[in-house]
Design a protein. Structure first.
Length: 390
């Protein structure tokens, strides 16, 4: 079966992981900080905070940004549920902004319209979560300008976006946001098995997220709140630690970080391979009744996914097309069923018709196989099968 995505693990990855397995630290050792530095420097951010998933990173980011009961978080419906759930974890209300029909990313003009109308009602969001869908950056400058004008914080969900750039600025540099999150789930561009990272240039936000990922506990004497009243010099003994907030165990292990660090060596190769395969799909699928991905001139996509949309008339037969592809050994997927149409969100008042562009996308989209190890022969097989199935 040729699936829509697949991880790649090399001998170098296995050797790197084995080295950690034979070392003194399986977790809380030197490899997690090394991985954090490697990712942060690659995307030109000051701080990287590694955790056990992108979902955990988004959760910590929302807490660090001060999101709480009575606040609002906005994201797009065309995403994985985690981009919205992080708001609910904090007791905030979640709402959505519809997508742009060409890039399938958050529409900055719709965001502006919604900000204008909610301002009158005094219901502005505290955090906005743009999602770099399929690996293409959102219009971050425009969103950042709106953030200054309307006073919200920006959390980029770049689960698909490591290695992408916009106007030569790497996604993750946080030039136009407060925090950016990457996912290292095996289906994403670079993997740690399970894992995620929050990037930021704000020392206080990084410190807060570091504290919260490990129970809210610090062992750093310069941050202790309590003085030792038993000893003359008032310093705390070596076994001392303090819980200063209600945190979690969201830590990444050194085993995972070793895999991620080794995979980062191949990020550039992965990006060029993914882009080359995407260009090949573009050329081969041109004549079919499909809307192909549009990458804006100022963007370089990481091409986490190769998503096509069936032309309006074909949408009702998507299921049949997907089944025909399956018979040919090809596993396509849909990114995404709009989040607001999930039963959990419907129960919270959302309904069909509220975000028409995302709903159309959810009806028409199909993700074709795209991963670095996909061979040209396999891709040709996919192309032939797609042409036959239409
Ligand atoms: C994969 C994904 C997540 C969640 O990542 P995990 O590391 O699995 O928690 C969040 N948002 C988007 C857009 C994703 O694709």
């Amino acid at each position: 079966m040729i699936n829509y995505g697949r991880h790649e693990v090399t001998q170098a990855d296995i050797d790197a992981v084995a080295k950690v397995l034979r070392s003194d630290f399986l977790t809380q050792g030197p490899t997690v900080p090394a991985f954090e530095s490697a990712v942060a420097s690659r995307v030109r951010a000051t701080y990287g905070v590694a955790v056990n998933s992108a979902t955990s990173a988004m959760h910590l980011a929302c807490i660090a940004l001060g999101l709480t009961r009575g606040d609002r978080l906005w994201t797009v419906p065309n995403t994985f549920v985690a981009s919205a759930n992080c708001g609910l974890y904090c007791g905030a209300e979640v709402d959505f902004v519809d997508i742009d029909p060409l890039t399938w990313n958050m529409s900055s003009s719709r965001l502006r319209d919604k900000l204008m109308s909610t301002k009158k009602e005094g219901k502005l969001p505290k955090v906005v979560v743009p999602v770099h869908f399929a690996g293409q950056a959102t219009d971050q400058e425009a969103i950042w300008e709106l953030a200054q004008e309307f006073g919200f914080r920006v959390l980029e969900d770049a689960s698909h976006g490591i290695g992408a750039t916009r106007n030569k600025e790497p996604v993750g540099s946080c030039r136009w946001s407060d925090i950016t999150v990457f996912s290292f789930h095996p289906v994403k561009i670079v993997t740690t098995g399970e894992g995620g990272m929050a990037l930021t240039n704000d020392a206080a936000l990084a410190e807060r997220m570091r504290l919260l990922r490990s129970h809210g506990i610090t062992r750093d004497p310069s941050r202790f709140q309590m003085r030792n009243t038993h000893d003359a010099d008032a310093s705390q003994p070596p076994w001392y630690y303090e819980q200063q907030a209600l945190g979690f165990n969201f830590r990444m292990s050194d085993i995972q970080a070793a895999l991620g660090l080794s995979q980062m060596d191949r990020l550039s190769t992965y990006l060029s391979r993914r882009n080359a395969l995407a260009r090949r799909y573009d050329a081969a699928l041109q004549g079919l009744p499909l809307q192909l991905p549009t990458v804006k001139l100022e963007n370089s996509s990481a091409f986490h996914l190769y998503v096509v949309r069936l032309s309006a008339g074909l949408a009702p037969s998507r299921r049949k097309i997907v089944e025909r592809l399956k018979e040919d050994g090809i596993g396509v997927n849909v990114h995404y069923i709009p989040v607001h149409l999930q039963p959990y969100y419907r129960e919270r008042g959302f309904a069909e018709g509220q975000f028409p562009e995302a709903e159309t996308h959810g009806r028409d989209a199909m993700s074709l196989p795209l991963f670095p190890a996909l061979t040209l022969e396999e891709q040709d097989h996919v192309i032939a099968a797609v042409s036959r199935a239409m």
